[in-house]
Design a protein around this ligand. Structure first.
Ligand SMILES: Nc1ncnc2c1ncn2[C@@H]1O[C@H](COP(=O)(O)OP(=O)(O)O)[C@@H](O)[C@H]1O
Ligand SMILES: [Mg+2]
Length: 360
């Protein structure tokens, strides 16, 4: 028997003024799992979330919570009856209510039970000692914790979070993300979290659904999405990407870095060999000679440093390649910071390359 997803959306679609904003989107989230809907601004993430919350009606498709149809086929359960919790970037707390009153706000419990639930949740989010404060007496991070407690208080089956951490500064954000994740996991809620930041998605998600122009283009665990992107755009969404152009001859592509396999790609097809900056290796130039070719790293090619920036834990170095002037970017350990004008040899980790038909 397969378990029932906590949240399941099937083939939902939405247009505004003839423009398809959400186009045949399907996904599911199991209890205790976090799925991140990740994509650039304007790709339809918030619209998807709003349809699940019930504040926007889909043009097509169905939404189920715990196997129950809540939207579609003529059914449209009102937002407050969907057992869905919400957390948005502007998570306004009620300014005239105390922390305890804010968290108790949506609870349909008697006083005693409500108080117990409020104390339990404020304890979990580390806000127990601020229970009688008012929102203006709290920092941004503390308000965020109270908002999380408030959203979780009625024990929603599903939590929808729309860029909930984007108002916080970097250091605080990392801590709050981790704490939030712990609390959500402990509550067993299914979470659909929207973000445009790949780093946030990789940090939070059990599964990432990569969205572009209203469609889900790839779904998978962060490791898989990062390491086996479906296309060049998917690869480039997660980091800078270097592109080496080639043309296929007999399932092989000749490049200045040696030959690459291009299985199943017809002869004459132009391909982009894509590689992330951290998978380039550099070596010294010895009177015009570089290191020997290896099976792992292929043939080295020479380039001249254009720019080098120290970034703390790494250095970012930009090369102009001798072979045709292509610019390649390498991320290397920060013990190296080569000067502009220095010739260096570059090798690329062949097992880290993605080969795609060339973008037009
Ligand atoms: N109520 C609306 N009326 C018209 N257009 C809308 C409405 N809501 C969103 N859109 C448009 O739909 C597209 C997707 O918006 P949205 O779902 O907010 O994207 P995201 O959250 O991924 O940034 C955008 O082009 C936006 O302008
Ligand atoms: Mg949005």
């Amino acid at each position: 028997m397969t378990a029932t997803p906590r949240l399941e959306i099937s083939h939902i679609a939405k247009s505004f003024g003839g423009q398809k904003v959400v186009d045949d989107v399907s996904l599911s989230v199991m209890p205790g799992q976090v799925t991140c809907l990740l994509g650039p601004s304007g790709c339809g993430k918030s619209t998807t979330l709003r349809m699940i919350a019930g504040v926007e009606s889909p043009d097509a498709g169905q939404i189920h919570v715990d196997g129950q149809l809540i939207c579609g086929d003529g059914r449209d359960v009102p937002p407050e009856s969907r057992s869905i919790g919400l957390m948005f970037q502007d998570f306004a707390l009620f300014p005239h209510l105390s922390v305890a009153q804010n968290v108790a706000f949506g609870l349909k419990l008697d006083r005693r039970a409500a108080r117990a639930r409020v104390e339990e949740l404020l304890g979990k989010v580390g806000m127990g000692r601020h229970i009688d404060r008012f929102p203006h007496e709290l920092s941004g991070g503390e308000q965020q914790r109270v908002a999380l407690a408030r959203a979780l208080a009625p024990r929603p089956k599903v939590m929808l979070m729309d860029e909930p951490f984007s108002g916080l500064d970097d250091r605080l954000r990392d801590d709050i993300r981790d704490e939030t994740l712990d609390v959500l996991k402990a509550e067993g809620t299914a979470v659909l979290l929207v973000t445009h930041e790949p780093g946030e998605a990789m940090r939070m998600a059990d599964e990432i659904a990569l969205m572009r122009d209203g469609r889900i283009v790839q779904r998978g665990a962060p490791y898989n999405i990062y390491n086996t992107p479906v296309d060049r755009k998917a690869a480039a969404f997660f980091s800078d990407i270097n592109v080496i152009r080639g043309e296929v001859r007999g399932a092989l592509t000749d490049t200045p870095f040696g030959q690459f396999l291009a299985p199943g790609v017809p002869d004459g097809t132009a391909v982009d060999i894509c590689i992330r900056p951290q998978h380039l290796k550099i070596d010294f130039d010895r009177a015009g000679r570089g290191p020997n070719p290896t099976p792992m790293e292929g043939t080295p090619a020479r380039g001249v440093v254009q720019r080098a920036r120290f970034m703390g834990s790494e250095s970012l170095v930009e090369f102009r390649m001798d072979y045709d002037g292509t610019i390649l970017r390498a991320q290397i350990p920060s013990v190296f910071l080569p000067k502009p004008g220095t010739p260096l040899w570059i090798m690329i980790r062949r097992d880290r390359c993605f080969v795609f038909p060339a973008a037009a």
